[in-house]
Design a protein around this ligand. Structure first.
Ligand code: ZN
Ligand code: ZN
Ligand code: ZN
Length: 428
């Protein structure tokens, strides 16, 4: 079933878009769909099922390519039509594994080649998707050409003839389209476990204060309203991290999606002053250190990360407030490190400080704030601070009712935690 809540339209400033056909309340599901094509992110190949995206320790491997993993025989069977041709490519490339975009484009090519009539149900087909090739810098085009070579090696001799592809959908333009049109598929903890193409959803334009959010159940995408939407109002999502200044957001959007954001928040530089509060020389040196600290995080060098993070927090305690976004990023990193090092008390201290700023920046219900509340609630619960935990879980639940819905696995987890807290409080 397609689109009774929304329709395609052409907005004057932004080109193609989607708008509401009726009044939609906060928390309503506007649309839900399966991907046209998707693949697991390289980092999760060993830990997530290639069919349902569930995480698991003991997944069974495809006996042919030894790369694809599944949680059950049923999942493996279901995935076979999408995996069949890719399996041979993966086997040939062993032990190398292509990047996510190459994997995804190969899957799109296989699907296009095996379908007589493609995606008729979609409001917006791959053929119509923008590739923005003309807007790209030479450097970016060079990167695409390089990816294209990898793609050709991956596809191999047996897929040499791509002439049956629809006109205009050559490998390089498909790679370009995927860069601007695919979505990260995130799990409950907001980790990006995969990438997928949901053709109609590419019609959604960006806003730095969007009225919709995308949530996934496995690889199924759900578009949900986060506030009241009037009939004919444009539906928007955010393509970029909201915890960034208007300048950072605009440059990221320009770089990856080739447009200048003219949203109200960008035009008014909304909250930029808060985000950059404090002594400039101090936060610039912190800002410049963040990539290095994130590197430590990705390499799981927790002791070093915590030591350096603490030094920064100590040094700038009096001159840069917590609402400064670089301090906020640092608090999140330090909290992660503490949790990994089993220092739950300090983790909670950082988590509580971060939450104050999350409240300031996420004024509408937002999954990031809900997940942060859940993390803090778990820490409070663990330390026996039952009333505080109950408060955090309640706030998380109230947000998730809107962003995830009451049937989502994560909302159920919060609701279970909340009941546990209440039961324990009843006993005290
Ligand atoms: Zn599975
Ligand atoms: Zn295989
Ligand atoms: Zn904006």
């Amino acid at each position: 079933m397609m689109a009774v809540n929304m329709e395609r339209f052409v907005s004057e400033a932004k080109g193609n878009g989607l708008r509401a056909l009726r009044e939609i309340k906060a928390g309503e599901v506007i649309h839900s769909c399966e991907p046209y094509a998707f693949c697991i992110a390289k980092d999760f190949l060993k830990t997530a099922c290639q069919s349902c995206l569930k995480r698991g320790e003991s997944l069974s491997r495809c006996s042919q390519c030894k790369t694809a993993r599944y949680c059950s025989a049923q999942c493996q069977k279901q995935a076979w039509p999408d995996h069949k041709r890719e399996c041979k490519c993966l086997k040939r490339l062993q032990p190398r594994i292509p990047t996510d975009s190459v994997c995804l484009v190969a899957r799109i090519i296989f699907k296009l080649l095996s379908q007589s009539e493609s995606d008729q149900e979609e409001l917006y087909s791959i053929v119509e998707h923008q590739s923005h090739l003309a807007d790209m810098s030479e450097e970016k085009k060079e990167g695409l050409r390089h990816l294209c070579m990898t793609l050709q090696v991956y596809l191999g001799e047996e897929n040499h003839d791509l002439s049956p592809l629809p006109p205009g959908l050559d490998p390089i333009s498909l790679l370009a389209r995927v860069t601007c049109n695919c979505f990260s598929i995130s799990d409950g903890e907001l980790q990006d476990v995969g990438v997928g193409l949901y053709p109609s959803m590419s019609l959604l334009n960006h806003d730095c204060q969007p009225n919709c959010v995308m949530i996934f159940e496995g690889k199924r995408l759900m578009l949900r309203a986060v506030r009241l939407i009037r009939p004919c109002e444009e539906l928007t999502i955010s393509y970029t991290d909201i915890l960034a200044t208007s300048k950072e957001r605009r440059s990221h959007l320009q770089e990856q999606y080739h447009f200048l954001c003219q949203c109200t928040r960008c035009s008014t530089e909304d909250k930029d002053c808060d985000m950059l509060a404090g002594e400039k020389t101090a936060w610039t040196s912190l800002r410049d250190a963040i990539p290095h600290l994130e590197q430590l995080q990705s390499e799981q060098r927790w002791e070093e990360l915590l030591k350096e993070g603490k030094a920064f927090l100590h040094r700038y305690a009096d001159v840069v407030p917590d609402r400064n976004i670089y301090v906020l990023r640092l608090l999140d990193l330090a909290m992660d490190a503490c949790i990994s090092l089993d220092d739950y008390e300090t983790a909670l201290e950082y988590g509580n400080r971060a939450l104050e700023s999350y409240k300031l920046y996420y004024s509408d219900p937002h999954p990031s704030r809900a997940v942060e509340l859940l993390r803090v609630g778990k820490l409070q619960h663990y330390q026996g601070r039952l009333e505080e935990a109950q408060g955090s879980f309640t706030q998380a639940y109230d947000i998730m009712k809107v962003t995830h819905g009451t049937a989502h696995a994560l909302t159920n987890e919060v609701s279970r935690k909340l009941s546990e807290c209440q039961a324990e409080l009843g006993r005290v």
